[in-house]
Design a protein around this ligand. Sequence first.
Ligand code: GLN
Length: 597
Amino acid sequence: MVDTPTADSPAEPDITHVNPAKEATWFGHPRQLARLFTTEMWERFGYYGMRALLTLYLTQHFMFGDREATGIYGGFTALVYLTPLVGGYLADQYLGSKRAVKFGAIIMSLGYAILCFGGPTATPYATIDGQRYEVSIEKQADKEVRYVVDGSKKLEIKGNDDGSVDLLNAGAVERKVEKGKFESNADRSPLYVMVLLIALSMVSVGNGFFKPNISTMVGELYEQGDRRRDSGFTIFYMGINTGSLFSQILCPWLAVAYGWSWGFGLAAIGMMISWALIQFNGGKLNGYGEPPAGPKVNSQQWIIYAAALCVVPLFYLLYVNLMHSAAPAEGSGFLGYVASLPLMGKLLFGSFLLGVPAILIWSFVAGSRTEFQMMLAAMVLIVFNVVFWTLFEQAGSSLTLFADRNTDLSVFGLFTITAGQTQFFNAAFIVLLAPFMSIMWGALAKRGLEPSIPVKFGIALIGVAAGFLLLVWGAAYADAGFKVSIWWLAGLYFIHSAAELCISPVGLSMITKLSIARIVGLMMGVWFLSISVAQYVAGVIAQFASVDTVGGQVTNLKVSLDVYVKVFTTISIAAIILGVLLLLLSWPLKYWMHGVK
Ligand code: GLN
């Protein structure tokens, strides 16, 4: 029997926006969330699987020195977060999110597949006092030893604590090379370096189409004011990390056991599954992520795809420029530093440092006093967001190299994991902590104790610093071989993950609430730009943590441990100071936010 409202029994209030009864649900959410969850899960499977390998691929297969490898890595991840600015806009105006996601998925999986073609491993050589020597690598028991080949003699390379290098013949020092006189590099095929950079360019272009638009589709599932929106995004965030959790175990394992191409190949397969899930969605996503109506859309989509492909060679040139930029001369000061920045750095810093004040000036002139204050609060938080991700994103570069060089990777003496696999800690902790943190925020909110957004940002900054300081503490307990137990690194990732949950899931929704409505898309772009700038700066910081290597292996583990400890301590102190500053600023910020939570 169907109840019809009568004058005596008034109609139930309309709660369809809270729980639309006619639709089947998935954990109480629109069932389309399940499809978007798995699509994003497989996309992140590909991205993080590749990311876990990339720095090691650059240092061990291409045998780039640390400075070059971390520079390329930072530039690549910066572009990965820069392209969503344009990809989001193109989807809104022309393509619709669904088409953009499909196109992005194809380009990204092609990028991962192309990464499989790395050519032969680079051939290392050393230059001593201007003379070139071949370097041979030999496997001995559980380690690899590097030798300088001098005529018929093979001299073992041993870096000393003071930066000089000893060349050993049957254990005895045959030749001592002063600090700075021993340089190492490798011969690598220019063709395969080009292939590598094109693949990376494709991944960053593809991500621009995929990443912002899959999130937009999640947002579309909920009506304005639907209380399930935040928890929907939390579930989605779990999807992100479930995907990356598995690939960060599997891809590095495949890479070590069978070769790099197997690792990248699996990332490409994951990405293709993501594409298939959205391409063949069986009509589940009809009505979501559709292009804006209008006759121009169909003809224009091919122009957009073609233009996107033209960006690939453009990015390639940015990488070439990045790789050829020299370190600034010592004592050249801030201006000298800016002048020495590669084109990519100038572009990123330029747009951020000019864009942020320009938008603020505009909001001062065009907006009301309240609107201006809300925009000011958003911008302050965006600037601090750069600091957070700069430290956090050491994960894929300096922390992966730390895991490779100065970490004892044995787990309870039962088995050993690979350096790339240490990346899985972050994802695993997010999956474990996300539900707990969301219950905790809820419980605190009920008592009126939930920290404000600026306080959460401040906690996150201090947290990310605390994670590094924990590792620095652990470094004091390094073994005789200067290796630190893996549990210190796991502890760092535990704290970093909790910190991430204070900042990352709240960031996007906060921007939408604080922004002047007319420019919300632009502000979202500035948010992504801030993460992009952070990735670039993270690369620069990782460059400061560069150590001398021969054929991808450090010459002295004590020196590398000291360098990591020094850099990690310095960035932690900076982040703590900025975190405390933000906590102090949280009072005016809360006022400027005018009730936005
Ligand atoms: N781990 C999250 C993701 O990949 C957030 C990363 C970020 O915003 N920097 O989506």
